[in-house]
Write a protein that binds this ligand. Structure first.
Ligand code: ADP
Ligand code: MG
Length: 250
């Protein structure tokens, strides 16, 4: 479903060149939920932006549902919903419904499709009570629901969340977790980045661990636990890095 092959991404910054991704190769099957783990600067956001066609790889290729991100970006965009960082990108002075209608328009949905989709999302996420109220007065949890609904307005098969719970309080983080469970039941393919190991353990089928632009490990959580004889993802992550160091030294 998503195939990432030998992707390198370099940023040219005046005289210096930063390699944010180094020969990253992995694939994600339809219906899988993948946790992208790594410290700050590991390359998580760059990888998600590259999958979403917002950046082009310097080397390598990515295909989404059989469509190359460089050759058919529009086909890829149709299939992907993205939510980056803590920004919700919502208009405070518009109601939740108006916000969603605006994004539906950007995706070229008809009036009828828009209405049906907003009703479905409101039902799914329990937003019916406040759909016609202005976003300005919303709690973080309510905003989170509207922002995620916005990401899903065109009913994408694949959803990319970049650090969706960073900066959120416990209630809003729980809202996010419930929504992910709901999306999993619908068979969506999800990749989300996080530095919260517990969140990945709770929500994901597999993990991809990144360090300094390289993919250190990718596989199912079960395999991962077995390989290190532990269920502590913090410990596993550190031990994968150490092993990698040993490998390089030998
Ligand atoms: N637009 C950019 N220009 C230059 N360097 C960048 C840019 N975006 C990211 N980087 C660099 O690429 C590396 C990976 O960044 P990023 O993908 O944001 O990591 P993460 O999301 O895992 O924290 C970092 O060293 C970062 O400084
Ligand atoms: Mg990031």
């Amino acid at each position: 479903m998503i195939e990432i092959q030998g992707v390198t991404k370099k940023f040219q910054d005046k005289k210096t060149s930063i390699t944010a991704l180094k020969h990253v190769t992995f694939s994600v099957e339809k219906g899988q939920t993948v946790g992208l783990l790594g410290e700050n600067g590991a390359g998580k956001t760059t990888l998600l932006r590259t999958i979403a066609t917002l950046l082009s790889p310097t080397e390598g290729r990515i295909s989404v549902g059989g469509h190359d991100t460089l050759v058919h970006p529009d086909e890829v965009k149709k299939r992907i919903g993205v939510l980056f960082g803590g920004e919700t990108g919502l208009y405070e002075r518009l109601t939740a419904r108006e916000n969603l209608e605006y994004f539906a328009m950007l995706y070229g949905l008809s009036k009828h499709e828009t209405k049906v989709r907003i009703d479905d999302l409101a039902k799914m996420f329990g937003m019916r009570d406040y759909l016609n109220r202005k976003v300005g007065g919303f709690s973080k949890g309510m905003r989170q629901k509207v922002a995620i609904s916005r990401t899903l307005i065109h009913n994408p098969e694949i959803i990319l969340f970049d650090e969706p719970t960073t900066g959120l309080d416990i209630t809003s983080s729980n809202v996010f977790r419930q929504l992910v469970h709901q999306l999993k039941r619908e068979g969506k393919t999800i990749i989300f980045s996080s530095h919260i190991m517990e969140e990945v353990a709770l929500l994901c089928d597999s993990a991809a661990m990144m360090h300094k632009g390289e993919l250190v490990y990718q596989g199912s959580l079960e395999e991962l636990y077995k390989s290190e004889d532990s269920k502590d993802l913090n410990y596993i992550f550190m031990s994968k890095l150490v092993r990698k160091g040993e490998h390089y030294a030998s």
